[in-house]
Design a protein around this ligand. Structure first.
Ligand code: AMP
Length: 423
């Protein structure tokens, strides 16, 4: 026998019935986005690799170590998207969507690809929902995007948000923080891990992402961006905080929250769920006022977030929350005997055409076995067709919840069921 194929390392199949939970998570997200006035965008799964290098930053782990890059047959240097924002920004610029006093609000549901070491909650192909809002410079947009983010968790039943917030400043105030941080880091450089030592000159903010307890202890008193905010960034942050309080969205300030991506300015936030262990980040978001211009567009402020679908579902499992059935329950049409089985097939098709889910038996089972199958398929009604029913022209329709049966004229069955099964 040839060796059986397996999914590539770090990827997984989503099989039924688990796919119902995915559909539920995605449908809730679409519904929430609709409420906040966001429309769907779909961009290609691969883009020019340089887009991500410029948009995310080529010193980040995502670009330097984790991207799936390849050359296509035409010699183009491409990459599977490692995140959603860069492609959306590229589309915004390419289609000339910037306009004065106009806001463009889009959402996406995508797979992302990162060559990371797989572990519980971390995959090489994972899935995100996210939004981007272009053109709105003020903290009201930050509050709206954070509220949308929390509304999705609420709609899933994750009510303890664990929201942490920080401000990373802007090109005006970042240099003074960077300098202060670099000199503090140089003072303890020999005691820092090798990775952090390498970050001092290239990307000092990223030292706060280090998981090593020694580095964490050394960084405890390191200067934070919050101590260096310029008046504009301070006012933006203060107003956002007041607005979140007015919206009753609890948060904690975490001056060590820096996000892995380079393009963030001012607001950054994260949601964590501690029950998930090492991979506890549910989502990350922030403002990226410099990104559109950095990728060649008109200067346009932007803000957005991306949230992992797998981790949202792992959180639901951890909380013992089951996804509701995605679609209305259906009907089982039980045919008994050759003639009735032929008629059952036609009737099932008529019921489906009337908009109701209908299933039949494929194995000439007896009535008891067919009704047990109807039960397993969570059917709401069973339609029973035997020789007697064919002779009388009336099917027996059994309500599988109450057990009550009634006779319904064969031709009227699809409509009878439609009236009861389709909301
Ligand atoms: P990021 O784009 O890194 O800010 O990621 C946003 C969210 O996507 C994270 O908080 C996770 O929930 C999810 N995520 C990112 N990378 C992975 C991965 N490799 N496996 C599973 N989820 C991921």
């Amino acid at each position: 026998m040839p060796q059986a194929f397996q999914v590539p390392r770090g990827t997984q199949d989503v099989l039924p019935p688990t796919s119902t939970a995915w559909q539920h998570a995605e449908a809730s997200f679409r519904e929430v986005c609709h409420r906040y006035g966001y429309e769907e965008i779909r961009t290609p799964v691969f883009e020019e690799a340089a887009l991500f290098a410029r948009g995310i930053g080529d010193v980040t782990d995502i670009v330097s170590k984790e991207m799936y890059v390849f050359e296509d047959r035409g010699g183009r240097h491409l990459a599977l998207r490692p995140e959603g924002t860069a492609g959306v920004v590229r589309a915004f610029i390419q289609h000339g969507l910037a306009a004065p006093k106009a806001v463009w609000k889009v959402y996406y549901i995508i797979s992302i690809f990162r060559y990371e070491r797989p572990q519980a909650g971390r995959y090489r192909q994972s899935h995100q929902v996210g939004v981007e809002c272009f053109g709105a410079p003020g903290p009201d947009a930050d509050a709206e995007v954070i509220a949308l983010n929390m509304a999705w968790y609420d709609s899933l039943g994750i009510s303890d948000h664990g929201l942490t917030l920080n401000s990373l400043g802007c090109p005006v105030c970042r240099p003074s923080h960077r300098e202060a941080l670099q000199s503090a880091l140089r003072a303890v450089a020999p005691q820092l891990c090798e990775t952090c030592q390498g970050r001092i000159d290239r990307n000092p903010l990223r030292v706060f992402d280090c998981k090593s307890p020694e580095c964490k202890a050394l960084l405890a008193g390191a200067p934070s961006t919050l101590d260096h905010l310029c008046p504009g960034c301070q006012a933006h942050f203060d107003t956002l905080r007041t607005t979140l309080e007015a919206l009753e969205l609890p948060y904690e300030i975490d001056p060590r929250l820096v996000r892995g991506l380079d393009y963030y300015t001012r607001t950054a936030w994260e949601v964590k769920f501690t029950g998930l262990g090492a991979q506890d980040a549910l989502c990350g978001g922030g403002r990226y006022d410099g990104l559109v211009e950095g990728l060649g567009g008109h200067p346009t402020p932007g803000i957005g977030f991306a949230a992992g679908i797998e981790r949202a579902l792992l959180t639901l499992a951890e909380l013992g929350i089951e996804a509701p059935g995605a679609l209305p329950r259906g009907v089982f049409v039980a045919g008994l005997g050759d003639k009735a089985r032929g008629r059952a097939l036609l009737l099932a098709e008529g019921i489906r055409r009337a908009g109701v889910r209908a299933e039949t038996d494929y194995f000439e089972r007896g009535l008891g076995a067919q009704l047990r199958l109807a039960d397993r398929l969570a059917a709401r009604y069973a339609v029973i067709l035997g020789d007697d029913e064919l002779a009388s022209g009336q099917a027996t329709v059994r309500d599988l919840e109450s057990g009550v049966q009634e006779a319904v004229a064969l031709d009227a069955v699809p409509e009878w069921l439609r009236a009861r099964c389709v909301a």
